[in-house]
Design a protein around this ligand. Structure first.
Ligand code: PEP
Ligand code: MN
Length: 345
């Protein structure tokens, strides 16, 4: 932490700051310039008394942190990339991993059909919500445990690991009994009690960016999970809310390289919830792979016209096959470079 004193700060003000810094467990380093004094508080500021309040003290101009506020999620702490293993699937490695399936599990027939499409298309994991976060309380809320059972059955049949959303801490034990990855949705990205609870779970967590969370806030949310003991966090960019109304959300494609620069955690992209319209899912998926996403989450439905949620953005089987074919060639180029730059995993 750097503390910049005011121009006319007297010795007494400097002394008082130095005393406080040392009492808080930092080492002080004083640099006296012609104009003003700058004090370095040396030591990891995360987890210690935060010195920001010192900014209100007499003679103090500004207090600036040096380290990122997130520690475990940061590349300052871990240089190499985190690779998360789910069954035979590696997320964050050379392969661009596709997680696909319907928005919600609606019935056994619907999910089994979706699962076989997803498998045939070459996806690595199956998605499907059993507990759905819906804007309206009158919309389909998901099948609950029945949906989880159907997901487990689909995993048995296809061998695909299953990703599903958890909305409250009290459901974690139940969901962990069926699912391979716990999804925390955009609306719960700053539900800190839920983040701490999934941090104690044994299964990896797929953490979606909220529609109005900054990347730093997203990383702080990941930090909650990591600090609670779960090292397996996958970040997901799914579009943010902007002034633009032509699409459901605005896919922040720049989030991918910026997050990859700041964190060692894998970063995937969900173009379906970002754009909200099936016909734009493919170009955004291609962009996401090109920009270095470690994976994609794609909504696929055997009959989007009769879907109980998110039909307009869901791909029909044929369109999903097209997408898988089209991203393959991009992934080949991008991920090859990635593997060379990061070393084989
Ligand atoms: C979902 O993936 O099912 C979902 C609800 O997405 P989001 O939380 O990104 O809106
Ligand atoms: Mn959806």
């Amino acid at each position: 932490m750097i503390i910049v004193m005011k121009n006319k700060a007297d010795e007494k003000a400097v002394e008082k700051v130095l005393e406080w810094i040392e009492a808080a467990g930092y080492k002080a380093h004083v640099s006296k310039g012609v104009e003003r004094t700058i004090i370095g508080a040396i030591g990891d500021e995360r987890g210690k008394v935060f010195l920001k309040a010192v900014e209100t003290w007499p003679g103090v101009e500004k207090v600036m942190p040096i380290l990122q506020p997130y520690k475990l999620a940061s590349r300052e702490t871990k240089q190499g990339d985190t690779v998360i293993t789910v069954g035979d699937v590696e997320i964050g490695g050379p392969k661009c991993v596709v997680i696909a399936g319907p928005c919600a599990v609606e019935s056994s027939e619907q999910l089994m059909e979706a699962a076989s499409v997803v498998k045939k298309g070459g996806a690595s994991m199956l998605r499907g919500g059993a507990f759905k976060p819906r804007t309206s309380p009158y919309s389909f809320q998901g099948l609950g445990e029945e949906g989880l059972k159907i997901l487990a059955k689909a995993r048995e049949k296809t061998g695909l690991p299953v990703v599903t959303e958890v909305m409250r801490a009290s459901d974690i034990e139940l969901i962990e009994g069926y699912a391979d990855v716990l999804q925390v949705g955009a609306r719960n990205v700053q539900n800190f009690a839920l983040l701490k609870a999934v941090g104690q779970a044994k299964k990896p967590v797929l953490l979606k960016r909220g529609m109005m969370t900054t990347l730093e806030e997203l990383l702080m949310s990941a930090e909650y999970i990591l600090a609670s003991g779960n090292a397996n966090v996958i970040l997901c960019e799914r579009g943010i809310r902007t002034f633009e109304t032509a699409m459901r959300n605005t896919l922040d494609i720049s989030a991918v390289p910026v997050l990859k620069d700041k964190t060692h955690l894998p970063v995937i992209v969900d173009p379906s919830h970002a754009i909200g319209k099936w016909k734009f899912v493919l170009p955004l998926a291609k962009a996401a792979v090109a920009v270095g996403a470690d994976g994609l989450m794609i909504e696929v439905h055997p009959d989007p016209q009769h879907a109980l949620s998110d039909g307009p953005q869901s791909l029909k089987p044929e369109r999903f096959y097209d997408l898988m074919r089209e991203i393959e060639s991009i992934a080949k180029i991008v991920r090859k470079g990635y593997a060379e730059a990061h070393g084989a995993h």
